[in-house]
Design a protein around this ligand. Structure first.
Ligand code: PLP
Length: 240
């Protein structure tokens, strides 16, 4: 009697295993418990089939940066995998707040008062409030998402008052081409000052450095799913 061979692990599955091993090593090297760092697999621009391969390899937390794409891809995946968690990590327009609140488990890109207003209204209307991270523009780059550094303290405080324990922490995307470490350190110091426990920082190129600086969430896309098509829209600040 022959036993069917188990399915070969997909490329996505193999890359996930490799990333997890590197994360664990980075955590141990920093004297941290590997269980204190979670992986957000960033599946933007990749088809639902790629997400299914990741789920088959045990991955349950995914990041998408556009509400429409996430809304098209994730409800069916979630129906099949109730443990799945969706993080929205891209700049969010206020007119997408309601759908974002409906589909997300965490919104990592809360970065301005009008968006806080819109999310608050959406939460009332939908009867659910996802976990929230304030995105800080640690490089103070013009035309980039994230609250500017000098407004961050007061914005974090007002979000804390408004959203209570649903405000879980901070997120940053360091400027391209710069040493990310000072940005990670700045974010960690801000989170510490506000007693926030979640630090979302580090991507494919620098997640090990981010873990060394205290990241509790790393957002890794291309190192798991491969290169994205070159059509990625520029990250510009929406008007409202
Ligand atoms: C696309 C994206 C990532 C993942 O980037 P990679 O370099 O592919 O790992 C992480 N965070 C945000 C906010 C993104 O938009």
């Amino acid at each position: 009697m022959s036993v069917p061979a188990p399915p070969a692990p997909s490329d996505v599955g193999q890359r996930l295993l490799a990333i997890r091993a590197r994360m664990d090593n980075a955590a141990r090297a920093a004297g941290r418990d590997p269980a204190s760092v979670a992986l957000v697999a960033v599946s933007k621009f990749h088809p639902a089939e790629a997400v299914r391969q990741a789920i088959a390899a045990g991955q349950h937390v995914f990041g998408e940066n556009r509400v429409q794409e996430a809304a098209a891809k994730f409800p069916a995946l979630r129906a099949a995998t109730p443990a799945l968690r969706l993080h929205l990590i891209g700049g969010l327009q206020t007119n997408k707040a309601r759908e974002a609140v409906r589909i997300a488990d965490m919104i990592e890109s809360l970065d301005r008062p009008v968006l806080a207003d819109a999310l608050d209204r959406a939460a009332q209307a939908e009867g659910r409030l996802p976990d929230l991270l304030v995105e800080v523009n640690t490089g103070d780059e013009p035309q980039k998402f994230g609250v500017p550094r000098e407004q961050a303290d007061s914005f974090i405080r007002t979000c804390r008052q408004r959203f209570g324990a649903s405000l879980r922490g901070l997120m940053c995307i360091p400027p391209a081409g710069q040493d990310p470490v000072p940005h990670f350190q700045l974010l960690r110091a801000m989170a510490h000052e506000h007693s926030l426990s979640v630090l979302s920082m580090g991507m494919s190129a620098d997640f090990e450095q981010a873990i060394a600086q205290g990241a509790t969430l790393v957002r890794v896309g291309s190192a798991i799913f491969g290169p994205r098509p070159a059509t990625e829209p520029p990250a510009t600040q929406p008007g409202a």
